[in-house]
Design a binder for this molecule. Sequence first.
Ligand code: SF4
Length: 91
Amino acid sequence: MRLSADRDRCAGAGMCALTAPALFDQDDEEGLVVLLNPVPAPEHRAAARMAVGLCPAGAIALNSPDPTGTTGSRDSPDSPGSPDSPDSSGS
Ligand code: SF4
């Protein structure tokens, strides 16, 4: 999980700094977002998600790189039916 903040979009509302003060701050001049920690600790991840959702400017984002590299290859081991045809051709 990695956070990013776009100061060009930030409106200085401060929701991020209020919601996740361990991760965000605002600068003293313009009140724009300052990203304190782009890689939130596990105990801060919920607050990070909440801050992303609350930002009125859409200025902060969460990226979740997939370190396991699991791509969408679903293999379902289903049996293809039972092709047993009752051959009861007696004479
Ligand atoms: S909540 Fe969004 S708009 Fe407000 S300070 Fe944080 S990044 Fe900027």
